[in-house]
Design a protein around this ligand. Structure first.
Ligand SMILES: [Zn+2]
Length: 264
């Protein structure tokens, strides 16, 4: 568990070869747990922290979006409210019922669905922090981010990812860049991505560069009638300069290339 500031903690696990982040923000009246990782067991360090630090404060879980590696730990918080975008509950349900080899089986305890849902924006304020939950479609249609004021902190879920985001929402080639441009307007200094290290605000621009660069090149390739199977676009040409890309992200990039090809 990393302590980012007096009242913000980051808990990271490695699952399926990549890191996933959960953030804990402690306000004067409520404690917010942003994402529950891939299982209730993975959340044990967080529930332990809350046992000693909650001090009667209400614990609220936030699901950044429905993907399994962000919600499968929901059952670690049986007495708590779970907040998410209004599409999230239905998408969790569909995901649990999907028999895809890309999606691990849900935990034995099941996946508790969100019980507080919103559309565009939901704000919680107490004496020390204001948590603005904002709909941020692009990675998935139910993606939300949490802008924490006055800490200048953005909990981004998979809307922002390092070294680059992954595409999982249909018809989002314009929506995703639009969302990132809007996030760029927020007065934040630090960004906690769903995957990858805590970074400065420049991570938003790097993600935008990747998405727009990739769509541009795929569009040109498709115009010249290259077949999908013949499209090889080296990840180094799109990822941020000087970054070592591991096998997991090389595959993620190839998935993005194919996704973009099908979208155009
Ligand atoms: Zn995701």
């Amino acid at each position: 568990m990393e302590r980012l500031s007096d009242n913000v903690f980051i808990h990271t696990v490695i699952t399926h070869g990549y890191s996933v982040n959960c953030a804990v923000v402690m306000g004067s009246e409520r404690i917010f747990v942003f994402d529950t990782l891939d299982s209730p067991e993975a959340m044990a360090p967080v529930t332990e922290l809350l046992r000693s630090e909650a001090d009667g404060r209400r614990i609220m879980v936030i699901n950044s979006h429905h993907h399994w590696d962000h919600v499968y730990g929901n059952a670690a918080f049986p007495q708590c409210d779970i907040v998410a975008h209004r599409l999230c509950g239905r998408l969790i349900d569909a995901q649990v019922k999907t028999h895809s080899e890309k999606i691990p089986l849900p935990p034995q305890e099941g996946v508790m669905p969100p019980n507080i849902a919103f559309g565009d924006r939901l704000t919680f304020t107490d004496d020390t922090v204001t948590v603005h939950l904002l709909h941020a479609p692009g990675h998935s249609e139910d993606s939300i981010v949490a802008w924490i004021d006055p800490l200048s902190l953005l909990l981004a879920g998979d809307t922002v990812e390092w070294p680059f985001p992954s595409f999982a929402q249909r018809d989002a080639s314009e929506i995703y860049p639009h969302t990132l441009r809007q996030l760029n307007q927020l007065p934040v200094n630090l960004v906690v991505p769903g995957h990858g290290p805590v970074m400065g605000k420049e991570i938003i621009d790097r993600n935008l560069d990747y998405i727009e660069g990739l769509y541009d090149v795929v569009r040109t390739a498709k115009d010249s009638r290259i077949a999908r199977a013949d499209l090889t676009l080296p990840v180094e040409a799109f990822a941020p300069d000087g970054i070592d890309i591991d096998e997991v992200y090389k595959r993620a990039h190839q998935d993005n290339v194919e996704w973009a090809f099908d979208e155009i």
